[in-house]
Every structure is written in structure tokens, then in C-alpha cells.
Design a protein around this ligand. Sequence first.
Ligand code: HEM
Length: 387
Amino acid sequence: MFAFDPYSPVVDADPFPDYRTLRDEHPCFWSHEAQMWVLSRYADIVSAGQDWQTYSSAKGNLMTELPGRAGATLGTTDPPRHDRLRGLVQHAFMKRNLETLSGPIRDIGAACAAPLAGRPSFDFIGDFSSKFTVRVLFAALGLPLGNEAEVREKALLMVQSDPTTRAKAPQHIAAYQWMQDYAAGVIAERRANPVNDLISHFAMAEIDGDRLDEREVLLTTTTLIMAGIESLGGFMSMFALNLADHAEARRAVVANPALLPDAVEESLRYNTSAQRFRRCLQRDVELHGQTMRAGDFVCLAYGSGNRDERQYPNPDVYDIARKPRGHLGFGGGVHACLGTAIARLSVKIAFEEFHRVVPDYRRVREHLAWMPSSTFRSPVRLELAAH
Ligand code: HEM
């Protein structure tokens, strides 16, 4: 009998055969192990993302949620509270014009890539993308330099879970507490001495007299650090993996960097890091002959929707000319990623600089160790050999 546990490390090693079985034979599947429904077809995931009245995020959106986050942050509230928070955060984002970040992001990319010159092999994550991501996030949010490695370590722990209990372990919760204390310190500093950075803008964000309160500023900042560091870093490693595995695509983007944005979109579809998010049903739903009950949790398997042949012809082919409209790499509906512009810009610049120093590469190991997070799928290390 077919079984699918979205928390299983075996699934993370290669989720795609199971995704296909789910889509073809069990499009609305009750995972006994995980005690939740799994939606795997593109059209069903898109509908669920739009129907927030039925598929609520207010009980949390991570596959294993952190204490106190449900109902309190952008990703874990429903409209109208969510729209209000999103409006205020977007307002702060707009004030920090993205264009002004291009130069600093390029400098960070060049500085992180330079030490790779002449090295026969290296860990793409430890030696490049982790350093790049954390420095870009620090620059974008306006975090004071000094403890970047510690902030990254805690951000990664926050999105992890214990696959045996399918829950957060004490070290994950402790990391969340640490991040809140850290964010509280930065916010207090910015309130006292505001500058032109995102955190200062959050702290002051106001639309028609409405402001974020203390707890909202704290949890929004904490969420952005986590979302920014994990999502951006995780995706960069998946993009590098896709290019390492597809020599023709790699050579094309190295020869013509103008192709990078299309390659990024195809990687967001083909093999993205943000694989599965969770919703909670607000009413009974009949779908594909199954009855899902109010109060049940539902996993939206974005990584599967992106490989749905009902939406994308030859979905298992990595084709950088595909231009996959409407892919689910950034989610969809009311909770679609808020960081898309900075993510796209950062990945493009990072790989332009990386390819300048390492124009050709291949992966060293066939089997990779994956981070224990049922929401995100990215390798712990990615050793690359420069040709
Ligand atoms: C390539 C990198 C990234 C990927 C693949 C990614 C992916 C996603 C996905 C799939 C969601 C939807 C979650 C859900 O359905 O519940 C999301 C939401 C979100 N992302 Fe990203 N993200 C990336 C980068 C970033 C960055 C750099 C930031 C911030 C600086 C960010 C901030 C957010 C926020 C705040 C939300 C919640 C939006 C809402 O609920 O209204 N993301 N992201």
C-alpha cells in the first residue's frame, strides 16, 4: 500500500517519484504517518492558496510550527489581519529602494567569490552561498555586523524539525527564543537611532495612522531573518545543484549571463527549496472523492505542483528556455513570497560573480545529506569541483 510521510528524510532524499504517484493516483491523500492531507496537483494547490477562508494559515504555515508564531506573523495570519501586516511591511520595503541595494549586493558577491579562485574544489554552501546570503540579509535589513555566523546558525535551526517526532526539538525552540532576543535588541537600538534601513522603517511603518505594535515588529523582523536567510540560501544551493547537474544549461548561462533570470525561474519550478507548507481547514471539503474535515491540516506540496504534467509539459526536464509562468517556487495566493524581488536580484548577482571566478564546475558527490526540515529541502553541504 502506498504511504507518504512529508516529514520523512527518505522523502527528502528524492520526493519526485512519490509526488508523481500522489498526483496520478492519490491527488487528495491522507498521510497516516503525518496525520494530514497532502495536495499534490498544481490546480488544487493554486485553488487552496487563493481560498484562504477555507485553507487557513492562522494555525501556522511551516510543516512544524514554532511556539507563538501561529496567528501572529505575516505567514501565519489570514486576512484581514494578514493584509494589514503585509501592507505595513510592503510599505517599509518600498521605502528601502531595492535599486540602492544592487551595488552593495554586487560587492558582497564579488568579495564572497574571490577566495574561490584557483581552488580545485570547495563547499558551495559553506564557502560561498551561506556567507553571501547572510551578508545580503544583514545589508537589506540593516542588521549590525559582527555575529553573522551565529544569526545564520539560529535561522537554520528555526526551520528544522525532528523527523522522528515530526515536531520541533528543544534546540530549535531555543534558537527561536535566541532570535527573538536578538531582534528585540536591534529594534530597540533602531527605535533610539533610526536610519534608512528596513528595521527602522518597520518600527516606524504607518498607513493612515495604523502602525505595527511591538510584538508585530518583533515577530515580523524574526520571520524576515528566518525567511530571508533560509529561503535565499537554500534556493541558491538548489540552483547551483541544478546547474552542476545540467552541463548544457550551465555553459549557456556562463556564456550569456542574460539567461540567468530564466534559469532561476526554471530552477524555482524544477527543484526548488521551498517544497511544502501547511494550512488548516476551516470547513469540510470534498475533493477527488475524499472528504477532508474542518480542523484537519493540509500539506500544500509546491514542489509537486511544479512537476505536474497537467500544467507543465515534460515537467521532469530542466529547460531554461521554458519560462514557467505561474510556478509555485514562491508559493501563491495571498501568502505569495514577499521577498521575490530581492531574492531574484540577489541570486542573479551572486551567480554572475560566482561564474566570473568559477566558470565551470561539477558536483563531487552523487548522494547529498539534506537539511532536516520538512518545509524546505536543501543540502547541508554541496561540494563542487572546478573543472
Ligand atoms: C529564493 C528565495 C526564496 C524562496 C524560494 C521563497 C519562498 C517562499 C514561499 C514558497 C512562500 C510562501 C509560504 C506559504 O505558502 O505559506 C514565501 C513567503 C514569504 N517569504 Fe519568501 N522566499 C524566498 C526569499 C525570501 C526573502 C529573501 C524574503 C525576505 C527578505 C522572504 C520573505 C517572505 C515572507 C515575509 C513571506 C510571507 C508572505 C505572506 O505570508 O504574506 N522570502 N516565500
